[in-house]
Design a protein around this ligand. Structure first.
Ligand code: PHE
Length: 350
């Protein structure tokens, strides 16, 4: 009998379960009216009176142990069902939560914004559907400028029965975020110091090098006595922060309707460091942005005194900068949602 009791004690101590049926089976087996404890008490009647003195105590302890075990198992079960109200097997491993990653365009946009914020630039946004004034006319585009042509611009008709020029104001998907600069200048007074990140649209055939939409960050700085030297220093700082101290910069004269003088800015090729490679077409230089001093006509269009204020503006494509930073050769990758491409930026999660 002594042996049996120690065996049962070990078994009861080891028993664990979070299932109602198993706990009930345990109860019936040990504490039921035909259960093990009952049987042991029957057997107890047959032992000698000398043995009874020892076995009585041991047997009572076993009974108490079993009852306590049953109570605690039942309590455990109640809290589990109250919390989760489920019959599911809670011991199964869970389903892992997959971590997403930031899109490379978002990563680079954030990096560009952070750099200009350090120079005191605010972030301003505007609508993607623009009227002719904000996208073109206020920016000094002449009536016959080719950018207004259907080949470059997606026009939007609010009344599909009318064609362009038929008494309806022309709306377009903005072709650059310079439109946001106009909105900002119209709605406030200098000084202005802001950057405008956003998506822009151009009617181009989709290929590895061109897309019908892409992303820009443009910038505007208007105050008294702002000069081309300020423009250069701002962009020098930007390039060194983004691409590193050893990056070289050069300006080439250019033309934009809204800036005078205008320039395009190149940096030394990030791949070959200026020695010549396919990316820079062996020239050692890659163009990254357009810039210039804001044309006085644009200031006047926005009711800003061009005698008192001057300023500079610049604009760059985020895709181009991303290509240079991560050596992505095909623009289409950015909008195909190919998880194998996007997952490579996992480690960049911020
Ligand atoms: N708006 C020009 C573009 O989209 C970029 C630019 C901005 C150039 C400001 C000069 C000054 O190409």
């Amino acid at each position: 009998m002594q042996n049996k009791i120690s065996q049962y004690t070990a078994e009861i101590n080891a028993f664990q379960s979070a299932h109602a049926e198993e706990i009930e089976t345990f109860r019936i087996r040990f504490l039921g009216s035909k259960g093990i404890i009952k049987d042991l008490f029957e057997e107890f009647k047959t032992v000698s009176s000398e043995e009874k003195r020892i076995m009585g105590k041991v047997l009572n302890e076993l009974k108490q142990l079993t009852e306590a075990k049953y109570q605690s198992l039942k309590e455990g079960l109640n809290t589990v069902t109250e919390t989760f109200k489920t019959e599911a097997d809670l011991t199964l491993p869970g389903q892992g939560i997959e971590l997403g990653s930031r899109h490379p365009i978002s990563l680079v946009r954030k990096e560009i914004i952070e750099i200009f914020k350090k120079l005191g630039f605010n972030v301003t946004e505007g609508p993607e559907i623009e009227d002719d004034w904000h996208n073109f006319s206020a920016l000094n585009f002449p009536e016959e400028h080719p950018a207004r042509d259907m080949q470059d611009t997606f026009f939007v008709s609010l009344n599909p029965t009318l064609s362009k020029g038929e008494g309806e104001e022309a709306f377009a998907l903005r072709t650059h975020t310079s439109s946001v600069q106009v909105r900002m200048m119209e709605n406030g007074q200098p000084p202005f110091r802001a950057i405008m990140p956003g998506r822009v649209y151009r009617n181009e055939a989709i290929s590895a090098r061109a897309h019908c939409f892409f992303h820009q960050v443009e910038g505007l700085y208007i105050d008294e006595n702002v000069s081309f030297a300020d423009l250069k220093q701002t962009l020098f700082y930007f390039v060194k922060e983004l691409f590193g101290d050893d990056t070289k910069v050069r300006f080439r004269p250019s033309y934009f309707p809204f800036t005078e003088p205008s320039a395009e800015m190149d940096i030394s090729c990030t791949i070959c460091k200026g020695t010549g490679c396919p990316l820079c077409k062996q020239s050692g230089w890659v163009e990254i942005l357009g810039c210039g001093m804001v044309d006085p006509n644009v200031l006047e269009n926005c009711k800003i005194d061009s005698q008192k204020y001057t300023g500079f503006a610049f604009g760059m494509g985020i895709e181009r900068i991303t290509n240079l930073k991560y050596q992505i050769k095909d623009l289409r990758l950015f909008s195909e949602n190919d998880i194998r491409f996007l997952q490579q930026f996992q480690s960049e999660l911020i």
